[in-house]
Design a protein around this ligand. Structure first.
Ligand code: GLU
Length: 493
């Protein structure tokens, strides 16, 4: 392997839609090794596929990788010694290499029209012949010779001339010796003058001094083509590391069509913490002993070894992510949690610029009481809704809100008596805090009325929170305050 002190790695997403979770997964492993080796990590935008290009995709890639804390040393937005880092701005870079490959007999023009190629594929599929791929009709012909034959297109592409003895085995940092199928005469320059991924990736990885190409296992079958290009151009071949693909529960490749969680933005929208998602993606490719799942990025980098990377497609298990997210939430201080929830509400557009000070204050006081059970940040507001609502709005819910009506309907007949006793006891309570509330209600309802705690507190909980399940009752009542609590109790009565 290359001397690690000069290690240079990159992640090279294509801006073809909102970012795929796989982009973050690749960025994480590239970055981890770059940091471990004291090298550099670059972000390169591979935007040569103009048909699939999406205008806002690049910005989303920047924002979501930064949100995850996966920062790059070089890239289109931060510059660097090998700029530009956007392939569409490097078009003149590729052309001379194509010319050279043609001149040296490693590549050739192909004028076959898309229609002829489609017919060829159909015929091959029907005849079930073993030899598929391009039939080399254009090989060795001049433009004029080819123009006389059917299926001619005026704008040629350039293809690699794959030799019979093309090496098909290569060494992978994670997998050892890997064998790939024999490639077709791959197009390297398209009719629109843009290089294909295969040419651009080799030229750019070489010119940018990339020492380790860490990417998804779907590129294993392309690696022999890339290695040929390196050889023909007289360049050193980098180390390759093909990461196992993230998979759905049914083992299929995770895709945006099938799984909402394939969208990187989904995690932020749902209120996952970036550090939990980072930890989760790490565990997908880098399993660890039970009980050691929660690790910081620094710890991960510290112990990083390629030999520990998984080679079997890890199943994307959101239950594990939920568990990790909860663990990270509970590790936050109360104030940090409140700040994270607020940030999330703003990101989601639930809270605009002008949030009433009272709401902020309730969030600050409410964060600690929901912390224990919180899985994602987007659950915070529903859990605290009864605290944030002003009393008139809350009380209107007894008419309009189905779940509140259901909670009320589930109360026992003695609820009236319980609430009366609670109101009597609370009206004279001097210190309105959670301990005093607990003591007073315990004495008045459990002891006074000889009720089990479950039956003693349920009517109070329903009256104050509108639900049979809520954050801890006495803490909630302490935050809500005397006037609101008494008003809500009397209203339900
Ligand atoms: N643009 C390719 C992708 O989005 C990059 C593959 C590579 O890292 O070589 O998958």
């Amino acid at each position: 392997m290359t001397d690690s002190t000069g290690a240079r790695l990159r992640v090279a997403p294509s801006p073809t839609g909102d970012p795929h979770v796989g982009t973050a997964y690749m960025a994480l492993f590239n970055l981890a090794y770059a940091r471990k080796a004291g090298g550099k990590f670059a972000l390169r935008i591979e935007d040569t596929d103009r048909a699939r290009f999406r205008e806002d995709s690049e910005q989303q890639i920047f924002e979501s990788l930064r949100w995850l804390g996966l920062d790059w040393d070089e890239g289109p937005d931060v510059g660097g010694p090998y700029a530009p880092y956007r392939q569409s701005e490097r078009l003149e870079t590729y052309r001379p290499h194509v010319e050279r490959l043609i001149a040296e007999g490693h590549a050739y023009y192909c004028w076959c029209s898309p229609q002829r190629l489609a017919e060829l594929r159909d015929a091959q599929a029907k005849s079930k012949q073993a030899d598929t791929g391009y039939d080399r009709l254009c090989l060795g012909m001049t433009r004029d010779e080819r123009a006389k034959l059917p299926g001619f297109s005026d704008t040629p592409v350039v293809r690699m001339l794959i030799p019979d003895d093309a090496p098909l085995t290569f060494s992978d940092v994670i997998r050892g010796a890997v064998k790939a199928p024999r490639p077709d005469d791959q197009v390297i320059l398209k009719a629109d003058g843009f290089p294909t991924y295969h040419l651009a990736v080799v030229v750019d990885d070489h010119l940018m001094g990339i020492t380790h190409v860490v990417r998804g296992e779907e590129w294993i079958s392309s690696t022999p083509k890339h290695i040929l290009l390196y050889r023909w151009l007289g360049w050193d071949v980098p180390a390759f590391a093909h990461m196992p693909l993230l998979r759905n529960q049914d083992k299929s490749k995770i895709s945006k069509r099938k799984n909402p969680a394939a969208r990187l933005l989904w995690f932020r929208e749902r209120g996952y913490l970036p550090e939990a998602l980072r930890n989760f993606l790490q565990l997908m490719g880098y399993p660890c002993e039970e009980g050691h799942e929660v690790t910081s990025f620094a710890e991960f980098v510290d112990g990083f070894e390629w030999s520990k990377v998984n080679t079997v497609g890890p199943v994307f298990d959101l239950k594990k992510l939920d568990w990790l997210n909860g663990a990270y939430i509970r590790a936050l201080s109360d104030d940090e949690l409140a700040a994270r929830i607020e940030e999330h509400l703003r990101y989601a557009g639930t809270w605009g610029e002008a949030v009433p000070a009272r709401h902020r204050e309730i969030l600050r006081q409410g964060a600690p009481i929901i912390k224990e059970r919180l899985v994602t940040l987007d659950e915070a507001l529903p859990k605290l809704g009864f605290l944030l609502a002003d009393d008139d709005d809350f009380l209107a819910g007894w008419e309009s809100d189905e779940s509140m009506r259901e909670a009320r309907g589930g109360l026992r007949d003695d609820a009236v008596q319980v609430i009366d006793a609670a109101v009597d006891a609370l009206a004279g309570l001097a210190d309105w805090n959670a301990d005093a509330l607990h003591e007073t209600l315990q004495a008045a309802l459990v002891d006074g009325l000889a009720l089990k705690p479950k039956f003693a507190f349920a009517p109070v909980r329903v009256a104050v929170t509108g639900s049979r399940v809520s954050p801890p009752l006495f803490e909630s009542m302490a935050i809500l305050g005397r006037d609101s609590c008494l008003r809500r109790l009397r209203a339900l009565r």
